[in-house]
Design a protein around this ligand. Structure first.
Ligand SMILES: Nc1ncnc2c1ncn2[C@@H]1O[C@H](COP(=O)(O)OP(=O)(O)OP(=O)(O)O)[C@@H](O)[C@H]1O
Length: 678
């Protein structure tokens, strides 16, 4: 796939996307987190790219949201869903849902929603999701004791690109390789031509080393798993919690075992993670811990062991009477001999015991194995001295031996663990992605449950005859009252209609409800209604109430907007709130009548909220449909409203209702005459 063919992807973004492992498949997958791994692509941008790929797949280049208010309602719908996510991923991923005019896109999203709403939101799953996040790539680890070697310039360039963790050295012959063997703990030669090479040290010829990164640089895998430990554990817990709640992540068979539907063996994953330290080194291996501690504590242990010997010897000397003949004494003094040699002569046994104590201490303190202890013995036991001397070169040999054993052990454990983790590398991507996608599904499910939603029928007017919308029991979650107190609204419109009604009767709220239901329906999401059927509109034009009379210039601009709007209006939904306020009432009525007429001619669906319904009807040259939100009357000075617009009914206005009430209550000519004027 040409990445640039995706709407919104230019050459620069395409270049960034090409850095991904499988750019086309990743972009198509809609996996926002995976797309966001491309350099310089954040999650919001990734969501736009994923949306672009969806549009392209469905050949869907239309823009359904045609006005600011329509776009605002879309944002409000998205926000209602986003509030129900736990992870940032799901919040971003929801942005890939957009109102579409493509039947296949709507069907695809509806299929997703249908499965999602089957899900039972479970508190344990929600809790586990809190620590879930997309996997991230750790910074490159530098491995300094291993190098790659090659004689070939091309292989060199490839090795440098593919194994940034290792130094890549140029070699010409066996001598060069052998030299490298002295500077690095291990050398991997990449050229076949060196096969059979016999040089000292840990040098291997492995022409396939670049193809097997988990063997060549196990550190890479280990760093990846160490970096992502918490996310992996959280994703594993999500799978378990979901399965335990009887609603497994990938919809598998809930009876087939707790982690039956996880793409990895979760126990194996946890076991592997427990063998890994946060810095990507090996954890929990007693032998490695022993060797590491032995190297680290060596100097301190030698010095304590020497003190142990000194104490012993001091004690022994203190308790002994040393008799020395005058001639011996004289000869000692004449030879300039040190008192130390007395130790040899007079205290040989005590000295040996002290040295043994030092050796024992050293072996115990460092928990040395028998062969290592043999080396350690050489640290003490040279010429007698007080304080007891130690042999620095023996310490150094012991250190070299212990370090080498430690490194061998670590390398083996790393290789073993990397080989275990290697099999898990791909499946854990799925493990985490499934957990995060579950959050998207649960957000939709919660939304549907919180607002008593249903999946609407989105129909094509050509196939299904009547266009427009039918909403039954619609309850807007956008009202300024608690959702529990929202009264259900039934409303059906086909063609262009006026919506009249008392002040604060719910006209604007009805327009909002219609817009929200249509936007959600065309996003392929459930809508807050008992049932709904909506035409698959090409465009939604929603105009909010304007703030007062416009000056001549603004009025002209608005009129031009409507001129464009009525041009080719077929397939459009037009919702307009009190357009009359843009100019003086007489002119407004004529203008609205004209716009309605043009829209009606073209089979657009339109609802114009207006207090001038009567005047507009009078000004129109055609039979304008008028619906009304009726007040059942005034009760204790408060309007009682039937929120569902009544078809073909011009609702009485609030002033009319009040005059009527006064005429009833007080009687008299004045109120009666006034009432007649309505
Ligand atoms: N379906 C409903 N259920 C409960 N309350 C509602 C409903 N519809 C509207 N309301 C309440 O009525 C108030 C007024 O609604 P709205 O602004 O839609 O009326 P309006 O007819 O457009 O008023 P105006 O003629 O003054 O523009 C809302 O703020 C809300 O509190």
């Amino acid at each position: 796939m040409e990445l640039e063919a995706i709407p919104g992807v230019g050459a620069k973004t395409a270049a960034a996307l090409r850095e991904l492992d499988d750019p086309a498949a990743t972009v198509e997958s809609g996996d926002v987190a995976a797309i966001a791994r491309a350099p310089g692509v954040n999650e919001a941008r990734a969501a736009r790219i994923a949306r672009g790929a969806i549009r392209r797949r469905h050949d869907d280049d239309g823009r359904v949201l045609a006005t600011d208010r329509a776009r605002e309602l879309y944002r409000e719908a998205i926000d209602l869903l986003r509030e129900r996510t736990v992870t940032d991923y799901a919040a971003k991923r929801l942005e890939t849902f957009y109102p579409s005019a493509s039947a296949s896109r709507i069907a695809e999203a509806q299929a997703f929603s249908a499965d999602a709403t089957e899900r039972e939101p479970d508190p344990a799953v929600r809790e586990a999701l809190a620590d879930c996040a997309p996997l991230s790539d750790p910074p490159t680890v530098r491995v300094r004791d291993r190098c790659l070697a090659t004689a070939d310039a091309e292989t060199l360039a490839r090795a440098e690109a593919e194994m940034p963790e290792l130094s890549v050295e140029t070699v010409e012959d066996a001598r060069d390789v052998s030299e490298l063997g002295r500077s690095y703990a291990s050398v991997i030669v990449l050229d076949e031509t060196f096969a059979g090479l016999d040089v000292e040290g840990d040098v291997v010829v492995r022409p396939d080393a670049l193809e097997t990164p988990s063997e060549t640089v196990p550190e890479r895998l280990l760093a990846f798993f160490a970096e992502n430990r918490e996310r992996l554990e959280a994703a594993a817990t999500v799978h378990e919690a979901a399965a335990a709640a009887g609603d497994p992540v990938s919809g598998g068979d809930p009876d087939s075992g707790i982690d039956a539907d996880a793409p990895v063996d979760l126990d194996r994953l946890r076991d592997a993670l427990s063998r890994l330290d946060d810095d990507g080194t090996i954890a929990g291996d007693a032998e490695l811990d022993r060797l590491t501690a032995a190297v680290d504590d060596l100097d301190a242990a030698v010095s304590t062991a020497a003190s142990v010997a000194d104490d012993r010897l001091r004690e022994a000397i203190r308790e002994r009477d040393v008799t020395i003949e005058g001639t011996d004494f004289l000869s000692l003094v004449e030879q300039g001999a040190r008192v130390d040699s007395l130790l040899d002569r007079e205290l040989a046994d005590e000295y040996d015991e002290a040295v043994d104590a030092a050796r024992d201490h050293l072996a115990d303190a460092l928990r040395l194995e028998p062969e290592e202890a043999e080396l350690a013995e050489r640290v003490f036991g040279g010429d007698p001295s007080f304080p007891v001397d130690h042999d620095e070169s023996a310490v150094s040999r012991l250190r070299t031996e212990l370090s080498a054993a430690r490194d061998r052990r670590a390398a083996k454990l790393k290789a073993d663990l990397a080989s275990d983790l290697g099999d898990l590398r791909e499946p854990v991507e799925e493990l985490v992605r499934n957990a995060l996608e579950l959050d998207v599904e649960l957000a939709i499910s919660r939304f549907a449950r919180d607002f008593d939603c249903t999946l609407p029928d989105v129909v094509s007017p050509e196939e299904d005859g009547a266009g427009g919308f039918r909403i039954e029991g619609g309850r807007s979650p956008l009202l300024d009252v608690d959702f529990a107190d929202v009264e259900p609204v039934d409303y059906v419109v086909s063609g262009a209609t006026l919506l009249s009604g008392v002040n604060s009767g719910g006209k604007t709220s009805t327009l909002d409800l219609v817009a929200l239901v249509v936007v959600l329906a065309q996003m392929g999401l459930p809508v807050p209604a008992e049932s709904a059927t909506v035409e698959r509109f090409e465009e939604i034009h929603y105009y909010a109430k304007s703030q007062g009379t416009l000056d001549a210039g603004a009025f002209e601009a608005t009129l031009r907007d409507f001129g464009d709007l009525v041009d080719g209006a077929d397939g459009r939904l037009v919702l307009v709130d009190e357009l009359e306020s843009i100019t003086e009432p007489g002119a407004s009525a004529k203008i609205i009548a004209g716009i309605l007429e043009a829209l009606d001619d073209q089979d657009a669906t339109a609802v114009f909220v207006s207090h001038l319904a009567r005047e507009i009807r009078d000004a129109a040259d055609f039979e304008v449909a008028v619906d009304g939100i009726e007040a059942a009357g005034l009760v204790d000075g408060e309007l009682r409203v039937n929120r569902s617009p009544k078809k073909g009914h011009l609702a009485r206005s609030t002033p009319e209702l009040i005059v009527e009430k006064l005429a009833d209550d007080r009687g008299g000519e004045f109120y009666g005459d006034l009432l007649e004027k309505f």
